[in-house]
Write a protein that binds this ligand. Structure first.
Ligand code: MG
Length: 368
């Protein structure tokens, strides 16, 4: 089972409405699908997402990295020899984690197909179904509260609210307005996307604690590379703090864990470079008694299906932020995970569980 070809296919899917965080506004999900074909005709699929404000990658950089740099180093390798496969993939280029994630996902799809197991079973098989939160974009407080009411009505009992844009007073008003509208039956977790300075983060979180807003956790309050700042916030607040942009690799995770700089880690395949490294991050976190959330970028159902297989397979992954496909105006993938309210169900087929003609690009541009 040797790798014969690795192809890239750019895909653009408009969002139902603009998605806003402290870092950016997104209106179109620009992604790159990767198709890995083996000499026995078997095909594995992966997805890369250019999130320039987080991983530094663009559609152009991902296509170039895969086609010109990574693929030539992997053609001819045996899909069964995973120790060689993932070592070569990891060493093929520094950073470029989304480009590597797409290939890692396609490899895992093929490994699952070869073993005859759904990928989640191959990885550990802890759960078959997970529940996701739904994300409230950062906006004017009234608009956010309006959105929150709609998501709760749709069956979501955990909301992830984006903050960190503008001053702390505005963030407090955002949460106050949302709580007044939805009450306290719904869990609220916050994501500041690096928008606060350490001292401001402590002030904001303490004010929210004093106001009784009942915040489950706060994700990435400070700049990604400010691990001391992250620890400063974690040490001074009762609300648990989660590292997201601060942790890409197992090495990053180890530093955060050894310093006790965060209470939780958010794993995303686009940051870790795929499932292989994600398993290492989760194993390290488990060793330190730190639970992981599995999240995503603005990905389509292909990348999310891979993330759900990983997330469901591990007992230490206890929180899930995998709502991105619900924000898209269309679904170009046949097969994969199925959404019902806030529940995500895994397919029973081997590998990722995509259908034979999984990718329907009739209404999208595709090139190759
Ligand atoms: Mg985040």
């Amino acid at each position: 089972m040797l790798i014969r070809s690795i192809e890239t296919i750019p895909v653009a899917v408009p969002l139902k409405k603009p998605f806003k965080t402290a870092l950016r506004t997104v209106t179109i999900a620009d992604v790159i699908y990767v198709k890995v074909t083996c000499n026995d005709g078997r095909v594995g699929w992966g997805e890369a997402v250019p999130t320039h404000v987080i991983t530094g990658e663009t559609v152009g950089s991902i296509s170039y990295a895969i086609e010109k740099v990574i693929a030539p180093q992997l053609i001819g390798l045996d899909i069964r020899r995973t120790a060689i496969l993932f070592k070569k993939l990891s060493a093929s280029i520094v950073r470029n984690t989304s480009a590597k994630a797409a290939i890692d996902i396609a490899f895992h799809d093929l490994i699952g197909q070869r073993t005859g197991l759904p990928l989640s079973m191959y990885l550990g098989g802890f759960r078959q179904t997970i529940s996701t939160d739904f994300t409230v974009s950062v906006d004017e407080p009234e608009q956010m509260a309006e959105d929150a009411v709609c998501f709760v009505a749709d069956g979501f009992n955990v909301l992830k609210v984006k903050v960190g844009l503008g001053d702390i007073k505005t963030d407090i008003k955002r949460i106050k307005t949302i709580r007044e509208r939805i009450g306290f039956d719904t869990k609220i977790r916050l994501d500041a996307n690096q928008g606060w300075k350490p001292r401001d983060a402590v002030r904001a979180i303490s004010l929210m604690e004093d106001s009784g807003f009942e915040i489950e956790l706060v994700e990435q309050p400070v700049m990604a590379d400010d691990i001391e700042g992250l620890k400063y916030v974690t040490d001074r607040t009762l609300t648990p703090i989660m590292a997201d942009e601060s942790v890409y690799s197992a090495k990053d995770a180890l530093r955060v864990l050894q310093m006790h700089a965060a209470d939780f880690i958010n794993i995303k395949l686009m940051k870790s470079g795929g499932i292989h490294e994600a398993m290492k991050i989760n194993a390290l976190a488990e060793l330190y008694g730190v639970e992981c959330m599995v999240g995503s970028m603005i990905e389509t159902k292909l990348g999310i299906t891979a993330a759900v297989h990983f997330a469901a397979s591990q007992s230490n992954c206890t929180r899930f932020d995998l709502d991105a496909p619900l924000m898209l105006s269309e679904d170009v993938v046949t097969g994969g995970v199925v959404y019902k309210g806030n529940k995500i169900h895994l397919p029973n087929e081997a590998g990722l569980g995509l259908m034979r003609n999984a990718i329907n690009l009739t209404s999208n541009e595709s090139s190759q």
